[in-house]
Structure formats: C-alpha cells, structure tokens
Design a protein around this ligand. Structure first.
Ligand code: NAP
Ligand code: MN
Length: 266
C-alpha cells in the first residue's frame, strides 16, 4: 500500500537545522518514502530534536493514533522519545526496511477544563499557583471527595511522562504497558489543619480524576499540557481520564521502556 509510506518531518526550519536534516530527506527518498509537507497526509511522523521536540511534534500533528511516530535525536544521546541518533543512518535504514514494523503503544491522558475545552497530553498535565500564595484544590476520584490540597500545584502524569516532571517531584517511574495515570503533589502544606496523602498515587485507566480549584481569589493558576502553557486562565473544574487514543512508536531491539530508563538515568 503506497500510502503507508508518506513521511512527515517535524523540526525547526532554521538554516542550521535544514542543513542537518537534508541527509534524512535524501535517505527517505532513496528508500521510496514519499515526503509530505502536510502532516494530515502522513502515515509516519518523524521528529528531529530532543524529547521536547517530540512532544511538540505529537501535539502539532494532533495526537494521530493512525500514524507511527519516531524521534531522532540531535543532542548526541538517545532519550525517552528519541530512539535514533541523527547520524546513525544505518539504524534508520534497518527500521525502514523491516517487513513488518512492530509498534509500542503509549497511553495519553485527556483533560477537560470546565466541561468545555478538551486536550490530550503525552507527558503530563500540570497546574500550579501563578502567585506567591498557595492555592487550594479539592481532589475527587470518581466523584468521591478524596482530599483537599493546599500548596503549589499538582501534576497528572502518563506512564511515559513519569520520567519527566513527575520524577523530579519523587513520583514513581511507571511502565507504559500499564494504562494508568499518576498524581503527584507540588509542595503540599501539611499540618494539623491541612492534610493530603503526601505521596504520589496511581489511578487505573478506568478512573476519573477531578480537580476543583477553590474559588478563593487564587483561581488563575498556570496550567500546562506537556511543554505548552494553556491560554485559559480562570478555571473551576478539571477532569482527567485516560484517553482512548494512544501514540504509536517503532519497536526496536534496543528500545524497551526499561532500556530507555537505564540509558537516560543510570
Ligand atoms: P525542558 O525544560 O527542556 O525539559 C526538561 C527536560 O525534560 C529536558 O531535558 C527534556 O529532554 C526532558 N524530558 C521531556 N520529556 C521527558 C520524558 N518523558 N522523560 C524524561 N525526560 C523528559 O522542556 P521540554 O524539553 O519542552 O520538555 C517538557 C517537559 O519538561 C514537560 O512535559 C515536563 O515533564 C518537564 N518539566 C520538568 C520540570 C522539572 O523537572 N522540574 C519542570 C517543568 C517541566 P530534551 O532535552 O531532550 O528536550
Ligand atoms: Mn527540551
């Protein structure tokens, strides 16, 4: 099926980068790939940069679950989303010429703000106070009032996002073969008046998490979807659940999740 070979490259368009990626374009052409400039026509989406670039590539192309994504690193080392070095063309050719490409599936989360705007995240949804004062969030699990959080903010991470922001606040690293989401605190206030669980917790893929921002004046937090800030400022209620849409990447010999964790952190 020739349409399976439509490839879209996502990267910076400055002169230096264009020079760096031109061998990639040639390689793709040599192997009978059809390079498309409209990502909607692509079956394969290749990001060239770092993990941050991969997150943007997925977001800007609309979290396509009918496409295969691949990350090519320009930083000199492989990372969580980048399985190819820019200059290791032999490995790319090997991947391109596989008869049947096996895929890895990464769960994503779906976030809905005030029952109106919805978006997906591949790493995490984050919410934090935009002022020096703490802010207060009621945390509900499947509509059960679970705790009242007071502090800097919270992070809801996907399994692949568990090694990013979530890890910096002592969250666990989660195997992406588990469809779930992890909730972590940012500097919660804990004393005789205010109490939260204090540790991160992991919710099954069938749960719904609701964050209700208590409207006490500090209700204009900063919200982030992966590496992009949300333009919405005022918020009352946030619902987070596992999305039905997954992100597919190429499964290679050396890129199991735990291989990635080892090469990145150990
Ligand atoms: P950035 O500030 O450059 O990212 C911080 C670092 O996280 C970069 O080294 C980035 O890799 C790496 N990274 C991204 N996704 C990762 C993942 N799933 N596992 C392990 N490392 C990962 O911003 P960015 O590159 O646009 O990345 C956005 C992400 O940064 C957010 O989604 C959030 O997870 C994370 N973040 C972390 C903190 C923190 O740890 N205190 C604060 C804010 C945001 P590259 O250099 O390859 O891009
Ligand atoms: Mn980055």
């Amino acid at each position: 099926m020739p349409t399976r070979r439509n490839i879209y490259f996502y990267h910076k368009r400055d002169e230096e980068m264009m020079e760096k990626v031109s061998p990639l374009y040639n390689l793709a052409k040599e192997h009978d790939f059809n390079i498309v400039t409209d990502y909607r026509k692509a079956n394969i989406i290749v990001s060239v940069g770092g993990d941050g670039t991969f997150l943007q590539a997925v977001r800007k192309t609309g979290f396509r679950d009918d496409c295969l994504y691949a990350g090519i690193s320009t930083t000199g080392s492989l990372s969580l989303y980048c399985d190819f070095h820019l200059d290791d063309t032999a490995k790319m050719v090997e991947a391109m010429t596989y008869e049947q490409v096996e895929v890895r599936r990464y769960p994503t989360i779906e976030v809905t703000i005030d029952d109106q705007t919805s978006f997906q995240c591949l790493n995490e949804f984050s919410i934090r106070s935009a002022i020096i004062k703490t802010f207060v969030i009621d945390v509900l699990i499947d509509d059960l009032q679970f705790e009242t959080f007071r502090g800097d903010g919270m992070i809801v991470a996907t399994p692949t996002g568990s090694t990013a922001y979530n890890k910096s606040v002592n969250g666990s690293v989660v195997d992406p073969m588990l469809p779930c989401m992890q909730v972590s605190e940012l500097a919660s206030l804990n004393n005789n008046r205010y109490r939260t669980l204090g540790s991160s917790f992991i919710l099954s893929g069938s749960r719904k998490l609701t964050l209700k921002v208590v409207q006490d004046g500090n209700d204009h937090p900063t919200m982030g979807m992966d590496n992009e800030a949300l333009s919405i400022q005022h918020v009352e209620k946030i619902d987070v659940r596992l999305s039905e849409k997954i992100i597919k990447t190429v499964k290679l010999k050396d890129n199991s999740f735990w291989e990635k964790v080892r090469r990145t952190f150990l």
